[in-house]
Design a protein around this ligand. Structure first.
Ligand SMILES: Nc1ncnc2c1ncn2[C@@H]1O[C@H](COP(=O)(O)OP(=O)(O)OP(=O)(O)O)[C@@H](O)[C@H]1O
Length: 279
């Protein structure tokens, strides 16, 4: 195991008089190459957590380490170079008048020479399969395409970690799939660490580990299978229930005994097919 992000007893509050801390004594380690989903109800502290990891806000207590660097005023810029963030609203993320200008923006800010910039922009667009759109206006793209361009802007900067802060929540199912499969592809090509803050069960299902936040605290962690087996409690955790779990609840109400563990859609079909139900 090779840790890339470590939080030790991190707390944060926006206002001194707030009774519930935005982050309350949060500790965890994320290893290089892991895909972590962070779930939890609105206001549970997920976005605050993302902002503390890349130093947009400094914790009032505790210690954050990113790739061996302790997060402090001195290291914050080095740390930000290691972390790329993609936010919820695709329309708020564009600064360029064309797709390629937009992807180039971060590189220009870093003072990357023009010849190298052109190569990195075209490689990044290729990786998210948006090369054909490079001269198009971002505003004319679909939601999924816009988020892929936002991801290209991040990828061009070659980060070690990508944080998706509800990056698929404003997209239709097709757009969500586009974004998730883009991230899966990028992850295969290079050892990328992914942190996805999400309410979407399908997005969380891609994770190696799911962290559950509640009122500023990390209250549970486990594999998607472990977390998804919580059934109806998942809604309390801020996730929509997966279809097989909804079906399971209804069948149980009818007095039918089902396996307690989480069942995928294929698992449920298999179980229904082979169970005594069909007699
Ligand atoms: N800029 C701010 N000023 C004051 N309080 C804030 C600010 N941003 C968030 N909070 C408070 O901090 C707590 C955690 O909020 P945070 O946005 O991190 O939660 P979240 O889980 O990301 O929610 P959401 O899913 O709605 O984005 C909440 O009580 C929220 O009201």
């Amino acid at each position: 195991m090779n840790p890339i992000i470590q939080l030790e007893h991190v707390s944060f509050n926006y206002q001194e008089d707030q009774t519930i801390l935005a982050l309350n004594d949060v500790s965890f380690t994320i290893n290089k190459g892991e895909w972590i989903a962070i779930i939890g109800h609105n206001g549970s502290g997920k976005s605050t957590l993302a902002k503390t990891i890349n130093g947009l806000i400094m914790p009032s207590e505790g210690e954050i380490t990113v790739d061996g660097l302790s997060l402090n005023e001195e290291n914050v810029w080095k740390i930000r170079e290691k972390i790329g963030m993609v936010f919820q609203n695709p329309d708020n993320q564009f600064v360029g008048s064309t797709v390629e200008d937009d992807v180039a923006f971060g590189l220009e800010n870093q003072g990357v020479p023009r010849s190298e910039m052109l190569v990195r922009v075209s490689e990044a667009l290729e990786k998210v399969r948006m090369s054909d759109f490079k001269t198009k206006e971002p505003a004319r793209l679909s939601g999924g395409q816009k988020q892929r361009v936002a991801i290209a802007g991040v990828v061009a900067l070659s980060p070690d970690v990508i944080i998706l802060d509800e990056a698929t929540s404003m997209l239709d199912p097709e757009g969500r799939m586009e974004v998730i499969s883009t991230i899966q592809k990028l992850k295969k090509e290079k050892e990328l660490t992914v942190i996805s803050i999400t309410h979407d069960i399908d997005e969380a299902a891609n994770a190696n580990r799911v962290l559950v936040m509640k009122a500023g605290q990390l209250v549970q962690e486990g594999t998607p299978e472990e977390i998804f087996s919580a059934g109806e409690q998942l809604v309390e955790m801020g996730l929509d229930l997966p279809f097989p779990e909804k079906l399971k609840i209804e069948l149980t109400k009818l007095g039918i005994n089902l396996p307690a563990e989480y069942m995928s859609e294929e698992g449920m079909v298999e179980w229904l097919w082979t169970s005594s139900l069909r007699k």
